[in-house]
Each structure stands twice: as C-alpha cells, then as structure tokens.
Design a protein around this ligand. Structure first.
Ligand code: HEC
Ligand code: HEC
Length: 385
C-alpha cells in the first residue's frame, strides 16, 4: 500500500527535476524583483523639468525663455495608468527577449543598448539573419513627450507607437504575429507577466505592443549636468561649457530654434512651423537624396539628450563625431531647394564662421546633456542576466 502511494509522488518529483533541468539548459528565465520597479515616479518631478527664463555670467546673459517649448501633452495623461508598472515590467522582458526573433538571435535591445542611451554604435544595424537596416538606430529619448518617432517622423505619438506594430521597422524574422504569440505563450513567465499586467494569462498582440510602449515610454532622461544646472545657475559649468551653451542658444547658430526646449527636440505643440512635416526638416546634408525621409531629404529633428553616447550621427550614421556634425553646420550645408531657411543667408547655405574654440565649446555643451541614471538604472536593464 505504502509503495503504491510513493510511486506517483516519485513521479511528480521526477517531472519537477526535469523541468528544472530544462530551464537551466535554456538559461532563459528573467530575474525579476519581488515587487515592481517604479516606472512612473518621474511624472511627479515634471514641474521642475523646465528651462529657466535666463541666466547671467558676469556681463553675459543667455535668454532661454524664447526657446521654451512646453513638454507634455496627450501622451502623458492618457498613457500612464495604474497598470503602468506591471505593463512596463512585461515590456522590459519583451524588450530584452531574443525569442522575439525567429532564430532567437535578436531582441529590441540588440539595436537599442542601455549603455548607449538605447542606440547602438554602428551606422546601420544587422537584423535577423544579418540583413542591414536602412537607417541608423535611433536612441530612445524621452518618448513620453510626444516627439515624433522614426527618422521620417512617420509615427506621431506614443499612442500611435502602441497601436501600429511597434516592430514594423525591424526584421526579426517572425512569420506572423500569430507565430510570435504562440511562441511566447509557451513560456510560463509570459503567462504570469500577462496576468499581472492585464488580469489574464493569455498572450495577445495588443498586449505585447502596449507593454513595449509602456516600457519605452518610461525611459526618462532628466538628470544630466545640464538639468542640475537649470536649478543652480549652471554653477558647475566650465567656461567652455558656458560658451557652448551661449552659442547653442544664439542667433548665429540657431541650434536651439530646431533642437528646442528642455528636450532639445523638434518644437512640439499646435501651430509650430514643423507640424505639417511631422517634426522633420532638411538640413542640407546632400543635394540629391537616395532616402527622401519624410520627403525631399527632410528628417526628424532629434533630441540631443544623451547625444555624446549615440555616435555615429544623422539618419544614415554618416558622421563619426560631434565635431564633424558641428563642421557640417559651420561650413558643409548644401544648397538643396528644400533647405530649411534657418540654415540660409540671403538664399545661400549659411556659413557660421565658428572658430576652433567655438566648435569645441558646442561639443562640450552637448556633452552636458547626458543622463546619469538612464544608463545604469536596473529597471531599464537586461532581466535575463
Ligand atoms: C535590427 C535593429 C533594430 C531592432 C532589432 C529594433 N530596432 Fe528600433 N530602431 C532601429 C532603427 C534603424 C530605427 C530608426 C528607423 C527609422 O527611423 O526608420 C529604430 C527606431 C526605433 C524607435 C523610434 C525612436 C525615435 O524616437 O524616433 C523606437 C521607439 C524603437 N526603435 C523601438 C524598438 C523596439 C520596441 C524594438 C523591439 C520590438 C526595436 N526597436 C527593435 C533598429 C532596430
Ligand atoms: C533647421 C533646423 C536645425 C538646426 C538649425 C540645427 N539642427 Fe541639428 N539636426 C536637425 C535635423 C533635421 C537633424 C537630423 C538630420 C538627418 O539625420 O538627416 C539634426 C541632427 C543633429 C545632430 C545628430 C543627432 C543624431 O542623433 O544623429 C546633432 C548632434 C545636431 N543636429 C546638432 C546641432 C547643432 C550643434 C546645431 C547648431 C550648430 C544644430 N544641430 C542646428 C535640425 C537642425
């Protein structure tokens, strides 16, 4: 009698042991914290996330006010709800999971690396099976402020990013959404994560998109040297950084009229001059464009936050260094018929006449825009370690 009872118990133990062994062979289970990370805390600090009106150093005054560009808007109020932390937790796992690709070789994080402000370090990136993307991997910078997304501005808001296939820009090799769903549903951890986020363990395409958007929209960069400076009159800024900041916000360069406001990105809001072009414009990189972008060589005005980490630069990764980028604006702008008029003088491409010191200063200033926590914060890190 006793022996008969023992058999099934042994059987159960054996199944358990095997399962365990299988998991270890796969080495593919996310390590998640016992309670969820806070993915929404930054919302409380947004009131102080603004440019000051002006700052003075001796007899020099930099007026920021005219460059101010209100951040926020629809995305902030509709996207963040009480389920956000659970959704972002699921989104983090999806973002780093190479099972999102057909042969388990590629994850979002392959091209969007945390240590590089969620960009990568090559001009174009290889996807599933090694084929190359046609454009440079964007860094992911404060997407919650409703900038436009993708180099051609084809996606306009977080809601849009969540609704359209988030991964329409990459070749991850999955044959269909149904295949992806079926594949992910085989993992116990997804059933648990979906239950936490949506109340049901069923894996769905909408759930995947929404969770990825929730995670991505929580990536906040707002604690750079520049941000500290806005609160203490830039006391820690070197002479060179101050000079660069003055140039950046000057008439001579116009940098801040395109890379505008506290997010150093395309001006947002109703009625701004770039609304019709989804935040894109032509900066005269070429006279003839193979890749037209939005149209006629117009590309998104990207945020410059974390820019010192996201080389190479521009939609095609043509410039290796920030110094080369500054060189383009100073003396390289081409006379394209659609060239933004801010980069012209009397109808010809602008020549800014920056000195070598000026160029160093602009680079030094842009380097103050690097977030400290984004690059190391565990809540954005790879859970499969
Ligand atoms: C093979 C490399 C690669 C992979 C994998 C990849 N991306 Fe991208 N990502 C890119 C490139 C290249 C761009 C720019 C594409 C464009 O503008 O047309 C981009 C742009 C983006 C942007 C727009 C950023 C902005 O502000 O304009 C977001 C958001 C994004 N990717 C999220 C993701 C997510 C989420 C995943 C996983 C589902 C993912 N990416 C997988 C290469 C990749
Ligand atoms: C007329 C609007 C405009 C002005 C003025 C402007 N930019 Fe840009 N900037 C853009 C656009 C658009 C792009 C992307 C172009 C592309 O990739 O084709 C860009 C790209 C960049 C990049 C590369 C970012 C990346 O992630 O690849 C840097 C750095 C940059 N600009 C710095 C500056 C500086 C410094 C100034 C002033 C000297 C300046 N910009 C003036 C519109 C502008």
């Amino acid at each position: 009698m006793k022996k008969l009872l023992l058999l099934p118990i042994l059987g159960i133990l054996l199944v358990y042991a095997c399962n365990d062994a299988e998991l270890q062979i796969g080495e593919h289970v996310p390590n998640l914290p016992s309670s969820t990370y806070d993915y929404v805390g930054f919302l409380d600090d947004l009131e102080s996330f603004v440019l000051p009106d002006e700052v003075s150093f001796g007899d020099q005054t930099i007026v920021f006010g005219e460059h101010n560009n209100v951040v926020g808007g629809a995305s902030l109020t509709t996207h963040f709800n009480d389920k956000h932390n659970a959704e972002a937790t699921l989104g983090r796992v999806l973002f780093y999971d190479n099972r999102m690709s057909k042969n388990n070789s590629i994850a979002c994080a392959s091209c969007h690396r945390q240590d590089l402000a969620f960009s990568d370090d090559v001009a174009v990136s290889s996807g599933f099976g090694g084929q190359l993307t046609t454009r440079n991997s964007s860094s992911i910078v404060n997407p919650m402020f409703g900038n436009t997304f993708f180099w051609d501005g084809r996606s306009r808001s977080l809601e849009d990013l969540a609704l359209r296939p988030v991964f329409d820009h990459v070749e991850m090799g999955m044959d269909s959404e149904a295949d992806l769903i079926q594949k992910l549903a085989r993992e116990d951890y997804y059933q648990a994560l979906f239950k936490d986020a949506y109340g049901s363990p069923t894996v769905t395409g909408d759930g995947i998109r929404s969770a990825l958007a929730a995670f991505v929209s929580s990536m906040f960069s707002g604690d750079s040297k520049f941000d500290e400076g806005t609160k203490n009159d830039f006391a820690e800024f070197s002479q060179l950084e101050r000079h660069g900041m003055a140039l950046f916000f000057s008439e001579q360069t116009q940098c801040a009229s395109c890379h505008s406001g506290i997010n150093f990105a395309s001006p947002s809001g109703i009625g701004n001059e770039y609304q019709q072009t989804s935040g894109t414009t032509n900066i005269g990189l070429d006279v003839v464009y193979d890749d037209p972008g939005f149209s006629d060589g117009k590309f998104k005005i990207p945020s410059l936050r974390n820019v010192s980490l996201t080389a190479p630069y521009m939609h095609d990764g043509r410039f290796e260094t920030l110094r080369e980028v500054v060189g383009h604006y100073n003396e390289g702008v081409q006379p394209h018929t659609d060239l933004d008029r801010k980069l012209t003088i009397n109808g010809s491409p602008v020549r800014m006449n920056l000195t070598e010191l000026d160029k160093d200063a602009l680079v030094a200033f842009m380097s103050t825009l690097t977030s400290k926590s984004l690059l190391v914060d565990e809540k954005y890190s790879n859970p499969f370690k």
